[in-house]
Design a protein around this ligand. Structure first.
Ligand code: 6R9
Length: 644
């Protein structure tokens, strides 16, 4: 890049006009390495800078950014802010119960909490490179623990605290975690959840896990395994609040986070230190146009990538104030989100379409009771936002004056890839609009030919590496290559379909594979089928998604019974199936509809044809597409006749 372009990119860490966006996008495409290196040089604290910006081994699908640079992400998220904004609130913790006082945790306090926690981990034998599982509700200890891991170079693996003990133990074992941090329990609206009990069950099956640290939250009695279990508050009392940050290599893993694929077990996506930091910080700054006094709130759970990137790392790297909400949108009533916005004067609000749809169904008085005038920007993430929800969000929450950023991205991408930049990119309902600078989307035909031009649709791929991309699947690089880089060699395949309109705006049309997104949670159908098939009366099953007013998609199961099962009462069986799923995966994966069928449509090679089942479940049977590869075409009619 010539020096004048460098100067241009420098001033563009914050893109604040369409002209700048167009310029900086052009620069980023001409020379992505120089673009990212300029962004990285000027906005972060490095102990040592890189020898090479990008190393890309296409054949091995191996990508390294900022090669040989040294840093610690917590020095960027905490220490460097202490001189200029030590007393600024880093985290506002809003508890489940609105009567419990919110906590304002300053950057100075955050530093102390994180260091203390880091020392607790060290005192319990955790060293650089060790894996730590975190199974905590949305309480400050969750953020402290993640950052404490990063401080000492341990790799965190956060497991969403709604997953069952089976799901938890398999993740602990897959990542070979030595220690788990959990809580005695969690609040969820008017209920409590016995987290420690779930952990106790999981730990029956995790031979290499040594220590279980338990945070006190619901002050309930818990079972105790001497030698293994320790109260976190007691450990913290004996720990110093000073802890040197470990020097990390740019490509040292920062965390593992599991995501479901279309087949097989969940994949432990590995994100590394420097690239992830640069990408989440840059995208946070631009997509939310964060200004110094803003209060930013993302409602996601930190158990998902959205929470990692846009509650914790992106905001803190920018010295922002980020809200952490423990509760649910319906407690004590459906006005809770709007109450929290009013109470903390939230300026950027980032949530999921499924929440918007659920809240839009309630009486408008829940919204109108609250002053939402602090809002400047609204965000959406997790699944396609339908037009009706978009307009409700725009009219009633944004009062038609807050741009909506419909942000498309994935666990694997680390951060936002396609999104409007608010007050810069004109928005269009249901469109994620334009790529972030540095991101090169392409649309592909199934036969591997790129679809150029506008007003086209195809399979969404990314043509050039970006710093935030996951580097591998933990312990299984072959699976990484196979899943993301083999469909279209040399390109990252997202698994999503998209269309590009007449001006080049992107609209995501959904998964092209077998992942179903229920209320914003990605669910692979295979593990659910696996769970059901364990039922002694059941022969086989196939799960597909179908459109659902609130959840976006819901699950529809087709089940064939063994002989003994055919005598059983169907409603009882349905109950048992959902109980099994709850135990094996979690309640989120329960089936909305279960149809008992004589057989499933299969291809000659024995694969269930989910495409057809999807159409039946969605009542979209006019054009079934090509059924010529079916082994048993007559079952289709029978299934369709009895659709629920
Ligand atoms: C961040 C996150 C990724 C999948 C992705 C796509 C869907 C996410 C979307 C969207 C349409 C959006 N998705 N954002 N679809 N519009 N704005 O959700 O990560 O849980 O890994 O899910 O979610 O299908 O491929 P993850």
């Amino acid at each position: 890049m010539t020096s004048s372009l460098k100067v241009l990119a420098d001033s563009y860490y914050n893109i604040d006009s369409l002209e700048k966006y167009i310029d900086v996008y052009r620069i980023s495409k001409q020379d992505p390495e120089d673009f990212w290196s300029t962004i990285a040089t000027n906005n972060f604290h490095w102990r040592k800078t890189w020898d090479k910006v990008l190393e890309w081994d296409k054949k091995e699908s191996k990508v390294e950014w900022f090669k040989n640079a040294k840093l610690n992400i917590t020095e960027n998220c905490i220490d460097r802010h202490l001189r200029t904004r030590g007393e600024k609130t880093a985290i506002i913790f809003e508890p489940n119960d609105p009567k419990e006082k919110a906590q304002h945790i300053s950057y100075n306090e955050l530093a102390q909490h994180v260091n203390r926690m880091a020392n607790v981990l060290k005192n319990n034998g955790i060293k650089k490179g060790d894996k730590v599982c975190i199974y905590l509700p949305m309480i400050p200890a969750l953020t402290y623990t993640m950052l404490a891991c990063a401080r000492i170079g341990a790799i965190h693996s956060v497991v969403f605290a709604g997953f069952s003990s089976k799901a938890l133990s398999s993740r602990i074992n897959d990542a070979d975690c030595k220690l788990i941090v959990t809580a005695d329990g969690s609040y969820r609206g008017s209920k409590t959840v016995d987290l420690k009990k779930i952990v106790d069950e999981a730990l029956l099956d995790t031979p290499n896990l040594e220590t279980c640290l338990v945070a006190k939250r619901i002050h309930d009695k818990v079972e105790w395994v001497e030698g293994r279990d320790k109260w976190l508050h007691e450990e913290l009392m004996n720990a110093s609040s000073e802890c040197e940050a470990e020097e990390m290599d740019a490509e040292d893993p920062l965390f593992i986070l599991y995501t479901s694929g279309s087949t097989g077990t969940p994949k432990g996506m590995v994100h590394t230190t420097a690239g992830y930091m640069v990408f989440t910080a840059f995208t946070f700054k631009n997509v939310f146009q964060y200004k110094n006094d803003d209060v930013y709130w993302c409602t996601a759970d930190i158990g998902w990538i959205t929470g990692h990137s846009y509650i914790v790392y992106g905001p803190l790297a920018n010295g922002a104030t980020t809200v952490m909400f423990e509760g649910v949108p319906s407690y004590p009533d459906y006005g809770r989100f709007w109450d929290v916005i009013d109470k903390h004067k939230v300026s950027q609000f980032y949530t999921a379409p499924t929440a918007i749809r659920a809240l839009a169904k309630q009486d408008l008085s829940f919204v109108d009771e609250h002053d939402l005038s602090s809002l400047k920007i609204l965000g959406s993430v997790g699944e396609p936002i339908n037009e009706e929800a978009w307009h409700w969000y725009n009219d009633h929450i944004g009062k038609k004056k807050c741009p909506i950023v419909d942000t498309w991205w994935q666990t694997e991408t680390g951060g936002i890839m396609i999104s409007p930049i608010p007050y810069v990119t004109p928005t269009k309902p249901t469109y994620a609009t334009l790529p972030i600078p540095g991101i090169q989307p392409v649309l592909m035909e199934a036969n591997g030919v790129e679809i150029k031009g506008n007003q086209v649709d195809g399979k969404l791929c990314i043509a050039y590496p970006w710093p935030g991309m996951a580097r591998t699947v933990y312990n299984n690089h072959e699976r990484y290559k196979e899943t993301y880089f083999s469909t279209f060699p040399g390109l990252y395949f997202t698994g999503d379909g998209a269309l590009r309109d007449e001006v080049g705006y992107y609209r995501i049309t959904g998964r092209v594979d077998d992942v179903v997104i229920v209320s914003g949670h990605n669910l692979g159908t295979a593990p659910i089928e696996d769970a059901i098939n364990e039922h002694q009366a059941i022969a086989e099953s196939a799960i597909v998604g179908f459109p659902h007013e609130i959840k976006g998609s819901a699950l529809y199961g087709y089940v064939t019974l063994k002989d003994e099962g055919s005598k059983r009462d169907h409603d009882n069986l349905r109950k048992e199936i959902n109980q099994l799923i709850t135990a094996k995966i979690g309640p989120i994966a329960k089936l909305d509809k279960i149809q008992f069928v004589n057989s499933l449509p299969k291809t000659r090679s024995g694969k269930i044809m989910r495409r057809i089942l999807r159409k039946i479940a969605s009542r979209d049977t006019e054009n079934m597409g090509d059924t010529s590869t079916l082994l048993n075409p007559d079952v289709v009619e029978e299934i369709n006749k009895n659709v629920l």
